[in-house]
Design a protein around this ligand. Structure first.
Ligand code: HEM
Length: 460
């Protein structure tokens, strides 16, 4: 337990009989999340009381329209978790609580003008990314990752591919060589891992990565995302830029990983979808939309705080209550899906009205890049791995234990061993900067360089 509630104290918000409050933490419920959403809806209607940690309660919104409306009403529902009554009254320590309910000085937890000030450098920086050059870079990185295991005939598509792919790409967008990207991938994996001691150390090392990144780019700006955020007219301090860069990785890594992983799982386990995809009735982008409807990587969005007393359906929400958005449940809202599915595949044909990228002022600023990474990520696997199949029966695939993320811990596969394509060529200046940043033989003696030396030492 990581929150600071006094034992036996009655929670001030989201009251109700404890036996009636469903736990969102711990192992997946018997019958899985789908069954849980159904049971909650039957019992409570569109708004259900849930527990995030022992004694820490929130409201979970289950229907599509309620979720969409809440996302679009920042004047009624704040993203600033410091307004949460549990935090104000000292029952929850925001520095120690679940990451999705914590608070950091970044765009995700800001409202109004402060949100605009922090989000603008991210938006404008991402808008200047050359998508054609980046697509080539994503393919090159994907090929290199496949090269590392293709001769073996087996791999874990999450740990060896879907997880490192986005961190390597984003690290290059920040303007750093791949060695830093491998280190970053290692650190973010530890942050989300189940070893608490390693996670704590990784959080501290990540802070060094971002402080080091900003110091290096302030000293020597380049044509990269970090330099653009530093130069942005919003005038963010170096410390603020470090927090927004950290947000980009933490918001971008896992959802992209699990979009690739969930898409591959669908192709490996659902024959109807596989056939529709193979004969081009379901192009890759439509496949991704189908996966975002049925297996969305962020299944619950967290941390909206009611700014005043408000009624949703039959439920009275009090000012200061926390609300969670069950995007995954909303996507299963039958009133929404009825009549919208294609008869031959059962999928929500071509519709992009899903909430996978959020809605309203905080909606994902990087959906094009995320889609591009996921689509190339899935395509490269299909092109390179012949005879690809799951190494375990579908029922043995285990989901991450997170209430917020929906994705696999591992996706073990087998395929026909093949020869690696080999190095794509030297990382030289004639390649566009976004594609390649020359590797350093010996890391420089700045904060970032020292961090890389530490990490290399750790790996032997
Ligand atoms: C499939 C991949 C992705 C999915 C499903 C996804 C989904 C989302 C969602 C739902 C939100 C809104 C969160 C909320 O309202 O509480 C969000 C915000 C955000 N995403 Fe993404 N995202 C993905 C990839 C990325 C990538 C690759 C990046 C960066 C390179 C990124 C950067 C961000 C940032 C910075 C925010 C915060 C925006 C704000 O608060 O104003 N995301 N994303």
């Amino acid at each position: 337990m990581t929150t600071t509630r006094n034992d036996g104290e009655t929670p001030a918000s989201v009251s109700g009989c404890p036996a009636d409050i469903t736990r969102l933490y711990g192992n997946s419920p018997p019958g899985g999340r789908d069954d849980l959403w159904k049971r909650l809806r039957e019992r409570h209607g569109p708004v259900a009381p849930v527990e995030l940690e022992p004694g820490v309660r929130a409201w979970l919104l289950l229907d599509y329209q309620e979720n969409l409306t809440l996302l679009q009403q920042p004047h009624l529902f704040s993203r600033d978790t410091r307004r949460w009554r549990e935090a104000i009254e000292g029952r929850v320590d925001l520095a120690k609580t679940l990451p999705m309910m914590s608070w950091l000085p970044n765009a995700l937890y800001a409202d109004g003008a402060e949100h605009t000030r922090l989000r603008a450098p991210i938006m404008d920086g991402l808008a200047k990314v050359d998508m054609t050059a980046t697509a080539r870079m994503v393919r090159q990185i994907a090929d290199e990752l496949v090269d590392a295991f293709v001769a073996r005939g087996s791999a874990d598509l999450i740990g060896e591919y879907a997880s490192p792919l986005p961190t390597l790409v984003i690290n290059r967008l920040f303007g750093l060589p791949d060695s830093y990207g491998h280190m970053l991938g290692d650190l973010t994996t530890s942050v989300f891992g189940e070893d608490a001691e390693r996670a704590e150390e990784a959080v501290a090392r990540m802070q060094q990565y971002f402080a080091g990144l900003v110091a290096r780019k302030a000293d020597k700006p380049g044509p990269d995302l970090a330099s653009r955020m530093l130069e942005h007219p919003s005038g963010l301090s170096p410390n603020e830029v470090a927090y927004q860069a950290a947000l980009i990785i933490s918001a971008g890594h896992m959802p992209t990983t699990h979009l690739v992983g969930n898409a591959m799982r669908t192709l490996l386990t659902d024959e109807v979808i596989r056939a529709a995809h193979a004969d081009a009735r379901l192009p890759t982008h439509d496949l991704l939309d189908h996966v975002m409807w049925t297996n969305t990587p962020l299944q619950v969005l967290a941390g909206r705080i009611a700014l005043r007393d408000v009624r949703i359906g039959e439920t009275q929400i009090r000012a200061g209550d926390a609300l969670l958005l069950a995007i995954d449940a909303a996507h299963r809202d039958l009133t929404l899906r009825r009549g919208q599915t294609a008869p031959d595949t059962g999928l929500a044909a071509g519709s992009r009205a899903h909430l996978a990228f959020g809605a309203g002022p905080h909606s994902c600023p990087s959906r094009d890049l995320a889609r591009m990474m996921a689509s190339i990520g899935v395509s490269v696997l299909q092109e390179r791995l012949h005879g690809l199949r799951s190494a375990v029966p579908p029922e043995e695939l285990r989901l991450m234990p997170s209430p917020f993320l929906r994705g696999l811990r591992e996706l073990p596969v087998t395929f026909q061993p093949d020869t690696p394509k080999g190095a794509p060529g030297p990382l030289t200046q004639e390649m566009e900067p976004v594609q390649a940043v020359a590797e350093e033989e010996t890391p420089p003696e700045d904060l970032l360089g020292r961090l890389l030396s530490w990490w290399r030492g750790l790996r032997g």
